[in-house]
Design a protein. Structure first.
Lengths: 279, 279
DNA sequence: AACGATTTGTTCGTATGTATC
DNA sequence: TGATACATACGAACAAATCGT
């Protein structure tokens, strides 16, 4: 056919996977078997083909065992906003909102690791602080059913601590919720927030914590900046999830209640695949 | 050190890139030069190291030219929701909202490619249609400044057409906006929507349209389901963007106006990198 | 616990093709 | 046209992980 050999092999395997001939969880032929199947191509050529499937997230390789079609777990729906039902006017721990909605699963968080840092350029712009200003960062690792789920870091202006919100620098959970605590202590009420959502490749720390394979799985990152009534930013929270088992849900305006309780249980990409077919 | 040679080489190169010693756009040493730099490792070993950097999105290779540190373009902020300023109670083309906000850039869309399909399981669940029901799909490709930007497909129940919204099956832009047209024709008013955001590896069509490299760049997908006052879904829109040059912005509640107009111009991952450092 | 068989992972050498300048 | 640089392909050997005996 056309194109390099490793690509032809990869395409053929992809066809068999997507047709269901190689169902999720099943083992691919070994590299030696694939060699024979494809005109005695070199083992390295077969491995190039497999590598391209790994990068696309279609298969995983396990040393000593074989190569397997990925079994996607049920994606977890993280509710990021709900106008109608919850009516979250101001108070509660916005950063924990999604976690609290863990349907039928039990979330747990490590104690926060608290640091006082010179603000980065990025966070400084969000919190509208001068370069060189100090911020409190509170970092947590969250798990669901014991499995790593998200990494989260919240940044507050150090001035909040000086003005009396001293619990911010304690490495303990702030019980009524950090936003509520800051609101009560400093008389600041959260009236809105802005989420910036992006996807990127994981860094080393994230790969290790989430136990991600060498490649193929991106992470979703949300940077949430919360504002008080005067329009001043109160805090900035950066949360990172592995993209293969999470989706972020934003409800805007009136959304039927039964939909709000729905758990997403489909395969990602299905919609666009069908829509994009046939240039 | 520890670990395989190609990993050591990759780590060393990554260090030089992130320290600024190899700034964005600069050329890496050639494979032969890298061979000499790293204890006369095999050229294949050097290539393995570079490949891992490509997969992480740190460098790109160009045949005949060399390997270069990636230059990220300014990420485009796609506004997905604004409660306060725009006050989008119901009408306007929700799916085009983000595009209309193209700051200082000129968006253009292809004419819609219209198809009548049997509904997929995924879309059927969103639109609450029975299996086997028919839907109208309207597919568009959007560009900004002539460069590919997003792929978008909207699905409507075929019953809408039978009830009089005949423009839905015409391969032309619906001028007042499709949602408005449906609303006026069928007396349905959009009162809310639900966005599901995920990230995944691009499929073939997407890779081709967005001209994505073989690996390293994920796509962001948003599936937006719009609801009318009775709680019935009106339409479902799936939009896909390349993740390396877009971020989705959700404004909830009161967000200061000057923030709404801000263009994001930072590097992704900066926030979490600093926060995650030091386990 | 030890061993062998199987399977993927790493590393090397070499040759040739293709893109770019 | 030639030189340079990455892309593809092959063969070979040994390492490391896994599993069953």
């Amino acid at each position: 056919m056309t194109g390099p050999i490793y690509r032809q092999i990869a395409e053929e395997l992809r066809r068999r996977i997507e047709s269901g001939e190689l169902p999720p969880g099943s083992q691919l032929p070994t590299e030696l078997e694939l060699r024979e199947m494809f005109d005695n191509a070199s083992r390295n050529t077969v491995r190039d083909a497999i590598r391209s499937l790994v990068t696309r997230g279609l298969v995983v390789t396990r040393a000593g065992q074989g190569t397997f079609v990925v079994e996607r777990m049920v994606p977890f729906a993280v509710t990021m906003s709900t106008d109608s039902v919850t009516g979250l006017g101001g108070g509660e721990g916005v950063a924990y909102m999604g976690q609290a909605r863990a349907q039928r699963r039990t979330p747990e968080a490590t104690l926060p690791r608290v640091e006082i840092q010179t603000v980065s350029e990025l966070i400084g712009r969000e919190l509208r602080l001068d370069p060189g200003a100090q911020v409190v960062s509170r970092h947590q690792r969250l798990r669901i059913d014991g499995k790593p789920w998200s990494l989260q870091t919240s940044f507050y202006p150090m001035s909040f601590v000086e003005q009396g919100a001293s619990k911010l620098v304690e490495a303990k959970n702030i019980e009524p919720g950090a936003v509520k605590y800051v609101g009560e202590t400093l008389n600041l009420k959260q009236v809105g927030y802005r989420d910036q959502v992006l996807a990127r490749q994981p860094n080393e720390v994230e790969s290790a914590f989430f136990r991600l394979p060498d490649s193929g799985v991106a992470v979703l990152e949300s940077m949430r900046t919360a504002y008080e009534a005067g329009g001043k930013p109160i805090r900035c929270t950066v949360t990172v999830w592995p993209a293969d088992r999470n989706r972020l849900v934003y409800n805007v305006g009136a959304v039927p209640e039964e939909v709000l309780l729905t758990v997403a249980d489909d395969q990602p990409g299905s919609a666009s695949v069908s829509s994009a077919t046939g240039s």
